[in-house]
Design a binder for this molecule. Structure first.
Ligand code: SF4
Length: 480
């Protein structure tokens, strides 16, 4: 912890004056109404500020008080707040809010952590923000930006936002508890961005320790024009993630080739800007069943050839494999089947794995092969947070791990593990129990490379900080 935090925050106070004010702060300043701050904070989780602002406006026109909110049912709320992230869950919380507040708090927003945490849809982050912004109570709201930037500065060394909050409560002078969130959210959205922070124009660049700023490091390596950035991401619904800033995120990651899994859409259902992503050649392989599975690949360079499927309708009908052929490598974008909670698809998945491996090995006899995608298996104990409890669960059964063993024994290289042996490196988190916040995750997304192409692996990374899906993007920098 070598930085001078007082100096840093004073510099940022001046710096962000002209930045966009985070939406919840704006509502707090404009309304000074704890109810509206609470509702806007619930809406803002995992949602872009512009979307939160519009949804709050629509909602407050009809329901500016808790009594008015009680008149709306869940369906009406869903319609009103759509397309905020997780709008169905949030509508459920909002529908339950008036009843809970009436029963326990005389329909007044409570001004204690304990009271706020008892409300539907309110976690520590929301409670802290409401305490700070609506009541002026010293509370530290640690969202992804605060957590990330405090770690980049080395002011704390923590794994989760919750740990960051606890660490900051001990070392951050109390006068900064309330303003630190707005400062770092504005700064994190404007300059110290999650992907590719703009260190080049940052007021702190001379002294910032830049700890773990991997995307910048990867970007520097990419200055070598002979290195390609390949990115794989299970987006869990391309139409859904589009509304959460997908195009901006792609622009920041700047992939040369991007493989997406679980697009859950036919091409005709996608907006034009996704059908033809600016600057990329776009390819889709959707499942026959609507709203299920499907893969898409975007490439800056036009491939020489595109192969859809692996020649077996059991798998191809589910839109699982899309291959782009370039002059000196194949890029296989693959969504491996899930063996399902009751393991009823274990055999189906094994058949797929065997066929996919054969398909890839045939291609590897001609030139390099990269198989990117959601493999739906955590290979070893280091690849998930709770290996003992999950030994019999889908994604970590002995059978699935045995196939992954045989796959790597055959020479396929897990590029991430070639470069990184650290624990707690995950690419998927359950939506339940705040698993992502607590980093209780699994590493099930990979770039694997054929046995003769290991020397082309320049670097590999997991962009855990990128929201929008229950998976995050995984990255391979690959020599041309
Ligand atoms: S120098 Fe880079 S990493 Fe450090 S605060 Fe500025 S943008 Fe963030």
């Amino acid at each position: 912890m070598n930085i001078d935090i007082e100096q840093y925050l004073a510099i940022l106070k001046k710096e962000v004056k002209n930045y966009q004010v985070p939406v919840v702060d704006l509502i707090a300043v404009q309304t000074k109404d704890p109810f509206k701050v609470l509702v806007a904070t619930i809406l803002s989780a995992r949602t872009k500020d512009e979307v939160t602002a519009k949804a709050s406006e629509r909602l407050f026109k009809k329901a500016g008080t808790v009594e008015k909110l009680a008149e709306l049912d869940e369906k009406a709320l869903q319609k009103m707040i759509y397309p905020v992230g997780f709008y169905k869950n949030k509508a459920k919380y909002l529908a339950a809010l008036p009843g809970k507040m009436a029963a326990d708090f005389d329909s007044v927003v409570p001004d204690t952590m304990e009271g706020l945490l008892s409300l539907p849809g309110v976690g520590r982050k929301t409670a802290n923000l409401v305490l700070a912004q609506a009541f002026g109570v010293p509370a530290i709201c640690v969202d992804t930006h605060v957590h990330r930037i405090m770690n980049i500065w080395g002011y704390v060394t923590t794994r989760t936002p919750e740990q960051t909050e606890m660490a900051l409560r001990k070392i951050l002078p109390e006068k900064y508890w309330i303003p630190v969130n707005s400062l770092l959210v504005a700064f994190g959205q404007g300059t110290c961005r999650p992907v590719g922070p703009h260190c080049d124009r940052c007021v702190l660049v001379k002294t910032c320790p830049q700890i773990g700023v991997t995307s910048r490091k990867l970007k520097q390596k990419r200055k070598n024009k002979n290195v390609l950035r390949l990115v794989s991401w299970n987006v869990n619904g391309l139409r859904a993630i589009f509304k959460k800033g997908f195009i901006d995120i792609v622009r920041d990651m700047a992939p040369d080739v991007l493989g997406l899994q679980e697009i859950k859409a036919m091409v005709s259902q996608l907006p034009e800007s996704l059908q033809n992503l600016d600057g990329y050649h776009s390819y889709f392989y959707s499942a026959k069943r609507k709203g299920y599975s499907g893969v898409a690949s975007y490439s800056r360079q036009e491939p020489e050839n595109v192969i859809k499927g692996i020649g077996d309708s059991r798998f191809d009908d589910e839109g699982r494999v899309l291959t782009l052929e370039f002059n000196n490598y194949f890029f296989i974008n693959c969504y491996f089947p899930n063996s399902k909670n009751d393991l009823s698809r274990l055999d189906f998945k094994h058949d797929f794995n065997v066929l996919l491996q054969k398909f890839a090995e045939d291609l590897a006899s001609k030139k390099s092969v990269v198989i990117c995608g959601d493999y739906n298996v955590a290979h070893k104990e280091i690849d998930l947070a709770n290996p003992k409890q999950n030994r019999k669960n889908a994604g970590f059964t002995p059978e699935e791990c045995a196939w992954m063993d045989s796959f790597t024994d055959a020479g396929w290289i897990d590029s991430f593990r070639m470069k990184n042996q650290e624990k707690d490196q995950y690419s998927w988190w359950s939506y339940r129990s705040r698993a992502r916040e607590r980093n209780i995750g699994w590493r099930i997304d990979y770039h694997c490379v054929d046995k003769n192409s290991g020397k082309r692996i320049v670097d590999a990374d997991i962009f855990q900080h990128i929201p929008g899906s229950d998976h995050c993007p995984v990255v391979l920098d690959f020599l041309c």
